[in-house]
Design a protein around this ligand. Structure first.
Ligand code: NAG
Length: 340
């Protein structure tokens, strides 16, 4: 079963050569098998490969590529603030509580992944510096542009504890976006950016593929009937912050941040034998947001009186729905909203 799972996964991921979040529906077969991960650990061979993790406080830089509205930006910004907020600013289970599972990963010196994110700069690439159709490598050129442009809001180039997060707006097409990936993380190449720095990209799927990358806030029209648990599609969850694409991005951003911190140079924490197609700590739990989740069922999560689904609290009264990650201590997918 394990071999079959890995084989199916490699089939899908081997094309990518980047460490990516693979959409649940592209992998519906693995996805249904992934149900097992919540309860059992014998399928998973997550290993440490001796590379660094992001253990120092992180200076996060956001690059807003394309056209964004302020509500979308505020939703995402508040999520970043929530990652390292004190427990007094968001009640349990909070985003910071969720991040505690990621912090359980250490490097060979015994240093844990940091719990400290500082949003240290934002760059507005509203002129679409590299156009409306981007290759994967273009994301690195966009980072290069953000640290070299003469624009007064230019970002610092920070190879010591910098992490760059490129977010593309709903009208921007990115290579493999919606087909194979909703986001990915990697590290910059010295030939493009001048130094090696970890980065992540996530796209706003609102008009291109909400049913794939903003699941479960949208159901793909061409995928056949929704599962019975959704009452024929009528019970599709409403996004807690009112924007299907942006709310869907939150879980993908969380996924990529968890993985870039635990596997920044793609030589630290991953499962599988193939380092070009690593299965990382969030890949193991795609589609699982609560107890019992998997196989198309999100698991036990909360619904507010408007029907919005969420499993975490954030700063400023925010609510977010974020997938679980693999816990190295519990040896299963876990989040702070777990019922056991
Ligand atoms: C660091 O990781 C170890 C091993 O998983 C864990 O026991 C410890 O609680 C972690 N410390 C923090 C602050 O998360």
């Amino acid at each position: 079963m394990k071999n079959r799972w890995i084989e199916l996964l490699l089939l899908c991921v081997c094309l990518l050569r980047f460490s990516s979040m693979v959409s649940p529906l592209d992998q519906s077969r693995e996805f249904s098998e992934a149900k097992n991960f919540e309860g059992s650990s014998d399928l998973v061979d997550l290993q440490y490969h001796m590379g660094p993790v992001l253990a120092s406080p992180i200076n996060l830089y956001i690059i807003w590529y394309g056209h964004w509205n302020q509500n979308q930006q505020a939703t995402i910004r508040d999520f970043i603030y929530s990652l390292s907020s004190p427990s007094s600013s968001a009640s349990y289970p909070s985003v910071a509580d969720w991040w505690r599972t990621v912090r359980l990963y250490t490097d060979q010196t015994g240093s844990n992944i940091t719990g400290n994110f500082v949003l240290s700069g934002e760059f507005y690439d509203f002129k679409y510096s590299h156009g409306g159709y981007l290759s994967r490598l273009d994301i690195q050129s966009i980072i290069k542009n953000s640290v070299t442009t003469s624009d007064p809001h230019t970002l610092p180039l920070n190879p010591h504890n910098g992490l760059y997060l490129v977010l593309t707006s709903t009208d921007v097409q990115v290579q493999d976006f919606c087909r194979a990936v909703c986001g990915f993380h990697y590290f910059t190449f010295p030939t493009i950016v001048g130094v090696t720095i970890p980065y992540a990209w996530v796209g706003h799927s609102g008009t291109q593929c909400p049913g794939i990358c903003a699941y479960p806030f949208a159901w793909p029209k061409n995928s056949g009937r929704p599962p019975p648990s959704m009452n024929g599609g009528h019970d599709i969850m409403k996004p807690p912050n009112g924007d299907v694409g942006a709310d869907g991005m939150i879980s993908v951003i969380a996924h990529e941040l968890a993985e870039v911190c635990s596997n920044p140079l793609v030589n630290a924490w991953y499962a599988g034998d193939d380092p070009t197609a690593p299965t990382e700590i969030a890949d193991l739990c795609v589609g699982v947001y609560g107890s019992g989740g998997g196989g198309g069922y999100v698991g036990a999560v909360n619904k507010d009186s408007w029907g919005s689904g969420y499993n975490l609290n954030g700063v400023n009264g925010r609510k977010y729905l974020v997938q679980w990650v693999w816990s190295p201590v519990r040896r299963r997918c876990y989040g702070p909203n777990a019922l056991d």
